[in-house]
Design a protein around this ligand. Structure first.
Ligand code: MG
Length: 298
């Protein structure tokens, strides 16, 4: 199932994108007793997914809307907690970042021995087609990082790798937008990665039953139509079960948590000299089979 959030007269609403169409089912019209906030919907677990599958099967035009008629929000417009993120998690990107001089935490080796976990503030979240507000970046060094986002569906602590996929609710597309000079200057990456609006996500959450194994996902990032990143998600250094085991060994993972799994080679600081984003640039991140987000730099 493909879940999305949209703006309904200033409030959040949940829609289901119908398979191979540009039509959504507006859940608030189909069953007003269902939550309108995605966190509350995820709380209801697989029962709600099964209920909604029945609604979609029997839907009619009275509860449907054209995708072109709604304003999409991030599928989780207001995360309950910071977004968990992973640094240097694709081999070739680890090398390009290591060699760029922008990694103030760099050790001797480009490839980390253990996952590098940091977070982005909840207020960095933005919609799949929202502008990137680079005017907040006084260091003029805004860069893109196309990333697969994993959404947690079950609370868990000390989750073992073998069980990890049982805790995954679904997947989305995201861009871990980063102000590079701030990332470097403040040593910890939090500030440079947490500017307001620096985490566009969407357009949908594909639930794990429909998405299949993420090793089969493929990520591409384009800037003004030019391909910059092109990688299989199978090339992650620390795969999704390893990340879930690692994080949950320290912190209880909660329903609705988001893990941005890291970015492949091809970011702006990988170029010599670095190519940062400029006002008017259009950044698209596409993950097959989820969809794509497109954000214009303002
Ligand atoms: Mg990143």
């Amino acid at each position: 199932m493909r879940l999305l959030s949209f703006n309904k007269m200033g409030k959040h609403a949940i829609g289901i994108l119908k398979q191979n169409t540009n039509t959504i089912v507006d859940l608030s019209l189909a069953d007003p007793s269902l939550p309108t906030d995605m966190n509350n919907f995820i709380d209801l677990g697989s029962e709600a997914i099964e209920l909604v599958e029945r609604i979609v099967k029997n839907s009619n035009e009275n509860i449907e809307k054209k995708l072109s008629e709604i304003q999409l929000l991030s599928p989780i417009p207001v995360p309950r907690r910071n977004i968990f993120c992973v640094g240097r998690n694709y081999y070739e990107h680890a090398k390009e970042f290591h060699n760029s001089g922008f990694d103030a935490t760099a050790g001797k080796s480009a490839v980390p021995d253990d996952p590098i976990i940091f977070t982005k503030a909840t207020t960095s979240m933005s919609g799949p087609f929202d502008p990137i507000p680079s005017y907040y970046d006084t260091s003029n060094s805004t860069d893109y990082e196309g990333e697969l986002a994993v959404i947690i569906g079950t609370d868990g602590r000390d989750i073992k790798k073998n069980d990890a996929f049982d805790f995954v609710y679904g997947y989305s597309v995201s861009n871990d937008v980063t102000a590079r000079n701030m990332q470097h200057k403040h040593k910890q990456w939090f500030l440079g990665k947490s500017l307001d609006g620096y985490y566009p996500m969407g357009p949908v959450i594909v639930t794990s039953d429909e998405a299949g194994h993420p090793d089969n996902f493929h990520l591409k990032t384009l800037v003004n139509g030019e391909e910059r990143q092109n990688s299989s998600v199978a090339d992650l250094i620390f795969d999704i079960p390893t990340l879930i085991e690692c994080i949950s060994s320290c912190i209880t993972l909660k329903k609705g948590d988001i893990i941005a799994t890291g970015t492949p080679v091809g970011v702006g600081i990988g170029y010599e000299p670095p190519i940062f984003l400029n006002k008017g640039d259009v950044v698209e991140v596409e993950i097959d089979p989820i969809g794509s987000i497109r954000n214009t730099v303002e």
